[in-house]
Ligand binder design. Structure first.
Ligand code: SF4
Ligand code: F3S
Length: 107
């Protein structure tokens, strides 16, 4: 099992999730974070921390978010580790709740 960052993180990237992860399982791209499923210990601490409600357990992923399971696995191998909270994009709140942001994901 693992936890998965989904669509609503894109262009929000609040990083509150990073601050509570006990095993540093988050990896940072330009406008999205990914969880390494091998590192994640399924503690669920990150879920309530996300202001965008973007993190789900893999077994509870909404049907339209299933593609993010493979995407987290892949992108966490490509991106650098992030271990500390940082300022979100200035327009993060504007993008919180906008649906289907996958075409806007930067790699
Ligand atoms: Fe880290 Fe726990 Fe979230 Fe996994 S579920 S990414 S271990 S805080
Ligand atoms: Fe993204 Fe939520 Fe973390 S918006 S960076 S999953 S706090």
């Amino acid at each position: 099992m693992t936890f998965v960052v989904t669509d609503n993180c894109i262009k929000c990237k609040y990083t509150d999730c990073v601050a509570v992860c006990p095993v540093d399982a988050f990896f940072e791209g330009p406008n999205f974070l990914a969880i390494d499923p091998v590192i994640c210990i399924d503690c669920a601490l990150c879920v309530p921390e996300c202001p965008a409600d973007a993190i789900f357990q893999d077994t509870e992923l909404p049907a339209d978010q299933l593609q993010y399971l493979a995407l987290n696995e892949q992108l966490s191998q490509e991106w650098p580790n992030i271990t500390e909270l940082k300022a979100p994009p200035e327009d993060a709140d504007k993008w919180n709740g906008v649906v289907d942001k996958l075409p806007l994901l930067e790699r």
